[in-house]
Design a protein around this ligand. Structure first.
Ligand SMILES: Cc1cc2nc3c(=O)[nH]c(=O)nc-3n(C[C@H](O)[C@H](O)[C@H](O)COP(=O)(O)OP(=O)(O)OC[C@H]3O[C@@H](n4cnc5c(N)ncnc54)[C@H](O)[C@@H]3O)c2cc1C
Length: 377
């Protein structure tokens, strides 16, 4: 067995890599275990709120070097095609996960993090330390473990997490395209059973990513038929798909996307990113929340190592409280928003209201976003 590390981070996505950079920057010994090879595409709308920029810059990981697409407007259309457009209160940027995750991984490794390409199969806490079992590297030990392994993984089953008891009837589909789409815009188009986000990432590539309920999707033979018969009923989506060329051989898909409440600390593991909870993607804030939760958890652990937090239980309590305070309302607002757009009549009424009072939209968006992250200068 290797010597006891300070922190093992399970999962090298946004939450995992951000915390790895933060902790290693402060001199801790950090191992990141990621089961897939870098770089790779992920199912994600790839629009990130600017609220995380000050923090990423502070970490020395300014995504500006990747030349992301700048985004400052949002348009939303109802199933009927009725649309409203407004400036985004804080704005954001579009960058592929292919480029961003690779970039963050390189920053983490440059900071001295150890990166293991492996799958964590179990995590046990005993005698005040963690034993992390991996498929290929045997057992690793650490004083802290960050669970940053995403929305849903086999590990959740191994850890017997309670959110698995709830149904997760959502399917998500994503592709990159070439075509014409306005600069600076993120479009959220609703269709029966789901919504589709469209925006640019780097190199003028258009990301089209949608979430659909499995119950509506399963009535169709395949992705193409469903797209033509359901998504194309919204004229904006029809126009976008008919004028774009796919860059992937076939779209990426994930199933069983869960918006259920999750424990923020489970068996003493500090859960970050989607492993702690996922906001409805219609809000476009999941990545910012993943990065922000990693910041909160990292700060707590550093305070602990500096002797400012006297016990593990206080640290865990602090983290849970801070997570709920920061993200609880956003997740609630996301649930309400997605429910409003799910019902045809209700969504038509909402759109009517927004067309009459477009100034309401930025107010609603603010409920699902945070403020720019504060960093120590
Ligand atoms: C349809 C859809 C659209 C979205 N659009 C947006 C958007 O436009 N803007 C936005 O801000 N958010 C969006 N989100 C949310 C966003 O994608 C997530 O919140 C974000 O990816 C969370 O990052 P993470 O680091 O928590 O997880 P991930 O990025 O999923 O990383 C988890 C990592 O853990 C690894 N892993 C899993 N199990 C193991 C294991 N046992 N051992 C080792 N490694 C493991 C995985 O391979 C993965 O790399 C969207 C989500 C969906 C479903």
């Amino acid at each position: 067995m290797q010597p006891v590390s300070d922190v093992i981070v399970v999962g090298g996505g946004l939450a995992g890599l951000t915390s790895a950079i933060h902790l290693s920057r402060a001199g801790l010994h950090v191992i990141v275990v990621e089961k897939h090879q870098f770089p790779r595409h992920k199912v994600c709308g790839e629009y990130i709120s600017n609220e995380v920029l000050p923090y990423l810059q502070w970490l020395g990981a300014d995504p500006a070097v990747l030349q992301p697409a700048q985004i400052d407007r949002v348009s939303i259309s109802a199933v009927t095609g009725k649309m409203v457009e407004t400036p985004l209160p804080m704005g954001g940027f579009g960058i592929s996960r292919y480029a961003l995750d690779q970039f963050l991984m390189e920053q983490a490794v440059n900071n001295g993090c150890e990166l293991l390409e492996d799958t964590v199969t179990d995590i046990v806490f005993e005698h005040n330390r963690f034993i992390v079992s991996t498929a290929d590297h045997g057992m690793l030990t650490a004083r802290f473990v960050f669970g940053a392994y995403g929305k849903r993984a086999a590990l959740d089953q191994q850890l017997d997490r309670s959110f698995l008891k709830e149904r997760s009837p959502w399917l998500a589909i994503k592709g990159h395209y070439r075509g014409s789409f306005p600069d600076g815009l993120v479009a959220l188009h609703n269709f029966r059973g789901g919504y589709c986000g469209v925006s640019k990432v780097e190199n003028e590539i258009i990301n089209i990513c949608y979430l659909v309920s499995y119950d509506t999707f399963k009535q169709f033979k395949n992705i193409d038929t469903h797209r033509q018969e359901v998504l194309h009923r919204n004229k904006h989506l029809q126009q976008i798909f008919e004028n774009s060329e796919p860059l992937f051989e076939r779209p990426l898909t994930i199933s069983q996307v869960s918006f259920a409440e999750k424990e923020k600390v489970d068996r003493h593991i500090l859960m970050t990113g989607d492993t702690a909870g996922l906001i409805h993607p219609l809000c476009g804030n999941g990545m910012a929340m993943a990065i922000h939760s990693a910041k909160i958890a990292s700060e707590q652990v550093l305070q602990f190592f500096e002797g400012n937090i006297p016990s593990r239980s206080i640290l865990e309590n602090n983290y849970t409280k801070a997570w709920k305070k920061e993200f609880g309302k956003r997740i609630g607002a996301g649930k309400i928003l997605s429910a409003l757009f799910r019902k045809d009549r209700l969504s038509a009424a909402v759109m009517k209201g927004l067309v009459l009072f477009p100034a309401l939209l930025p107010v609603i968006i603010k409920q699902t976003h945070g403020r720019p992250l504060k960093v120590n200068s």
